[in-house]
Design a protein around this ligand. Structure first.
Ligand code: PMV
Length: 358
């Protein structure tokens, strides 16, 4: 068994808080080792976060690379633990310490389960940041911040594609795109410059239409894009939409922002419906909310639009200064929400190194 000399008997820990994100241009379809078929663009959320602590301990023979304790919201969770164990097995070789240590993991979310918030993005993002943090604790030569986040994004991607975007705050792009310099299929990059002030603090109110588990997993959905009759057209559309959205983000052209964002949401669900077998993740109330939103927008002129993730819950997006104007719309929509529930969130600054011990 290789010896890692710097691990004290009490172990070493890393703790990160990492946001979930909502894609405006959707990633749908992948190839190879979790590589995207098109570039995607998302905003990282402020309040919907995962907090994770990973502790490394020298492994006894037979324990190498194993998760020996896993707590989710303070309780053991075998299903989640075995998912993370599989992920760790799949990234053997990415971190030298893996083959000499065992892991203790504690993780919790700030948001409820099945709330239409991508928990795998924040969970995998947080675990990856912790692994990279442990690596740099063991090797202080790894001091380059850009490299650190790039590797964290790449490792997160291997756990869940959309997690690649969660290691940054603000607006993030994952996937090679002709108009985003430095963009890559391997990792996400932050879009920090040239975002019009209209979008600073952009709000995301998540209307919970259904609080149950997804009927079809994202990985099954991605797989159905292989051989999908409209796949190639979809990848071209996403490439074009990302370019148009970038311009709208720079210029402050809200109408284009809204049109592209909604087109992406509906196209994602159109891909699901037209795959073989086809399936529907939206609910009748999702459609009612979209109709209400459109007529409210026409009457009030309020700057508000929607997006959808791979589920029935609706994400309202609006500039911070539009909050008051949007209240009457919200008041009229809660009757279509499960138990009247919605969650208020907005764009956030990204992960936080919590750096506390278990
Ligand atoms: O990260 P995955 O493999 O769960 O895929 C997520 C895909 C969508 O959430 C539907 C879109 C996206 O870009 O986040």
């Amino acid at each position: 068994m290789p010896q890692i000399n710097h691990i004290p008997e009490s172990g070493i820990t890393a703790s990160w808080q990492t946001p979930s994100n909502i894609a405006l241009v959707k990633y749908w379809g992948k190839h190879g080792r979790q590589l995207p078929r098109n570039a995607s663009l998302s905003i990282s959320l402020k309040n919907a976060v995962t907090r994770t602590t990973v502790k490394l301990l020298q492994a006894l023979p037979g324990e190498e690379g194993k998760i020996v304790s896993f707590l989710f919201d303070g309780k053991p969770n075998d299903a989640f633990a075995s998912k993370v164990q599989k992920y760790f097995d799949s990234i053997q070789g990415e971190f030298r310490f893996q083959e000499a240590v065992k892991f203790e993991i504690e993780t919790s979310n700030s948001f409820p389960h099945s709330a239409g918030i991508a928990s795998s993005a924040s969970a995998m993002g947080a675990i990856s940041l912790c692994l990279c943090e442990l690596e740099r604790k063991l090797n202080p030569d790894l001091s380059d911040e850009n490299q650190f986040f790039r590797k964290a994004s790449l490792i997160a991607r291997l756990g869940s594609g959309s997690a690649a975007r969660s290691v940054y705050g603000g607006f993030t792009v994952w996937g090679k795109h002709a108009e985003v310099s430095g963009s890559s299929d391997e990792y996400a990059i932050p879009l920090s410059e040239n975002i019009h002030h209209l979008y600073h603090g952009i709000k995301n109110t998540i209307l919970i239409v259904e609080a149950s588990e997804k009927k079809v997993s994202s990985s099954a959905g991605h797989n159905l894009m292989n051989g999908h009759p409209f796949a190639e057209a979809r990848f071209v559309q996403a490439e074009k939409n990302l370019g148009l959205l970038l311009k709208a983000l720079q210029s402050g052209d809200w109408n284009t922002f809204a049109a592209i964002t909604e087109n992406e949401a509906l196209s994602l669900h159109a891909m699901m419906m037209s795959s073989n077998p086809g399936y529907l993740l939206i609910h009748p109330n999702t459609i009612k909310i979209i109709d209400k939103l459109k007529s409210f927008r026409e009457q009030s002129g309020a700057r508000v639009c929607f997006t959808l993730d791979a589920g029935p819950n609706l994400h309202l997006l609006y500039p911070e200064q539009e909050t008051e104007k949007v209240q009457p719309l919200l008041a009229g929509l809660t009757e279509f929400c499960y138990n009247g529930t919605y969650i208020d969130d907005c764009v956030g600054n990204g992960p936080v190194n919590l750096n506390y011990a278990l």
